[in-house]
Design a protein around this ligand. Sequence first.
Ligand code: SF4
Ligand code: SF4
Length: 300
Amino acid sequence: MFKLIFGLGNSDIKNIEALAKLYAQAGAWMFDVSPFMLPVLHNALIGSSFNPDDFKYCVSVPVEGDVHGKKAKILTQKCKKCLKCQKICPQGAICNLIVDEKKCIGCGICKKKCSHGAIKLYDKTDYFKELKKLIKNNEKIDCIELHSSVANRKEVLKLLSKIAKRYKGAISLCISRKNYSTDEAFKLINQAKEILKDNSDFFVQADGKSMNGGSCDFSSSLESVAFALALKDLGIDEKKIILSGGINAHTKDLCAKFSILPLALAFGTYARKSVQDKNQDEAFKIASELVKNACEACGE
Ligand code: SF4
Ligand code: SF4
């Protein structure tokens, strides 16, 4: 199945509306959106005559310190105006050396590229507060995802407990390979399962090269596939595993090569970038191909 990640920090309404419409037409299964943008997604689908019940809504929140909740800022005193950051940003979020907060997804690619230390990442909004409002208002939420790309199990479990008290639906734990060894991840999963025993379902999102800029090569999704395999070896049902982080058109072949049939492939930057600046027909063709690709990877 195909899951589209809009980007947790992405609050570019036009971009979200266009992507929702395109990937809904192409047959997406799930949309991963921030609590702030859930109404935008919902209205975009209704506005394009889709039935929202045909799609799963996954609302994502970052664990304290997770990069997905951050935004970039250019420090003008240090900036040498080389424009490298502007050219490399996968979201096109930097224009005239100003970061558009709505577009920035906190990937940090610009920060890595800047050799003058002129970019800092800072925390922006209280996602959990917004999520609580959605839960209280009984909005359609099919899954809540915790982005835990922080090497701090305590923080992950703290947020998980707060969510579990308020919400009994499905939970997905997006675990970054960068910050967790297989053993640590397994420990975290078991502790999470203990907290979530009253919830309806539990998934693990095996996050490999998170927010890598959307490159399309075999190595980009290798970490995610390897992580999923390691979890499978430890007894985690592969149909409870979603692959993310560097997922692209080659991921299907890697899944086949290593004989893993995950529940879904979660496409982020690659799926968004591939359809950028394309006409409607071209974009639909690309999106449909990616959805088909994801379904085949999952044995559908
Ligand atoms: S890469 Fe750094 S120095 Fe170059 S324009 Fe961006 S912020 Fe300024
Ligand atoms: S490269 Fe990433 S962190 Fe930097 S401005 Fe673009 S989206 Fe934001």
